[in-house]
Design a protein around this ligand. Sequence first.
Ligand SMILES: NC(=O)C1=CN([C@@H]2O[C@H](COP(=O)(O)OP(=O)(O)OC[C@H]3O[C@@H](n4cnc5c(N)ncnc54)[C@H](OP(=O)(O)O)[C@@H]3O)[C@@H](O)[C@H]2O)C=CC1
Ligand SMILES: O=C(O)CCC(=O)C(=O)O
Length: 423
Amino acid sequence: MPNLSFVSPTRNSPWGTYLSQIDAVEPYLGKLARWVETLRRPKRALIVDIPIELDNGTIAHFEGYRVQHSLTRGPGKGGVRYHPDVTLEEVMALSAWMTVKNAAVNLPYGGAKGGIRLDPKLLSTKELEKVTRRYTSEIGIIIGPTQDIPAPDVNTNGQIMAWMMDTYSMNVGATATGVVTGKPIPLGGSLGRVAATGRGVFVVGREAMRRLGVEMDGARVAVQGFGNVGSVAAKMFAANGAKIVAVQDHTGTILNEKGLDMTSLLDHVAQTGGVGGFKGADRIENEQFWDVKSDVLIPAALEGQITAERAKRVQTRVVLEGANGPTTPDGDAVLADRGIIVVPDVIANAGGVTVSYFEWVQDFSSFFWTEDEINVRLDKILIGAFKGIWDTSEQHKIPLRTAAFTVACTRVLQAREERGLYP
Ligand SMILES: NC(=O)C1=CN([C@@H]2O[C@H](COP(=O)(O)OP(=O)(O)OC[C@H]3O[C@@H](n4cnc5c(N)ncnc54)[C@H](OP(=O)(O)O)[C@@H]3O)[C@@H](O)[C@H]2O)C=CC1
Ligand SMILES: O=C(O)CCC(=O)C(=O)O
């Protein structure tokens, strides 16, 4: 039975996955469990119609969303996704994971996420700009530097954030740099934000490997998704002595048992748009990616990739979740049975939002930090948060995901209780 009338999740769909994670944490919330139902529903969900005139003169309508799952600990915060499969249910789950992620690393934010159902590859730059500006105006009634601060996610980037910032600023009649993060540097962006999520995946992965006694030098790493998150994570693992043995994106799956040459691969992707056709590797069938032997497997594409069936075949020691929600509840159960450690998304990919927080703080103070200052602070926050989650996992003998949810949901529900219910 769905818990809300406006979505119909299944057990392994994004919202179904999130709900099962909340079920798993409930026994560890003590007296705060009486508030847990607030986590099972978004505070606010906005669906917007985005009409634009296409380059050929016809009018197209796109469906967009901004969901604020929780504003209990601070303004909403979370990215905006452009993808043909975006749905309200998916954006709800992504917004809820932002609530948990922001609390897991103790950022003073709630959780939010946005998206537009479209295929950016089918739109011209001009059309993308029109969609972005209209979407920003439509969601302008609920976003703002102290209300809800969007950022990049799948298929969005600094240019999209620049258009969002400009549109919002024109609508309010003042330059509002703090309304989005992940902006270009000249518009109040932060050094280090582009690489921050991938960097965080590496830093958290390194901590997990240390705890598990997995040597970095020569470690075999397989990466699904070679966009902002996957490519930076792969580059950092390789730079620190690991071997990137397999990479998959929409253009194919490539394998090199000796380790892919990252510089050549990144050049190839910059020129061709994908890893397919890279000469320094063998091409394998996409489904074979899940059979590649690795020490660390990094899903860094979309949700629902590690199903029960794939989890049975995976040959790795650590699944390091660069993507949001890449493992289904059934996949998670199989991995746990097989003794494969999962470092959950809400800590593994929290580097991006952490530097987004730094960007927002810098915008408010109009005082900008060096890249070194950013990276030092980022690493410190992630290492400290990972330690707290690891210790909680050991204390209760629970998986890292449930431990991360325990730390995070306790913070959210404590704040909920202290704020009280009535306006
Ligand atoms: N950007 C950020 O700061 C953050 C992102 N994340 C999460 O990380 C994940 C990746 O985001 P990001 O790197 O920004 O997105 P990008 O759009 O930069 O890259 C996504 C990558 O995944 C590939 N991909 C998509 N679908 C598949 C598939 N079915 N099989 C294989 N590869 C696929 C894409 O190929 P193609 O482009 O051709 O579709 C692309 O290489 C998402 O889950 C996102 O929510 C989490 C925290 C922060
Ligand atoms: O940088 C941000 O604000 C959010 C990034 C994001 O969408 C995520 O962490 O999934």
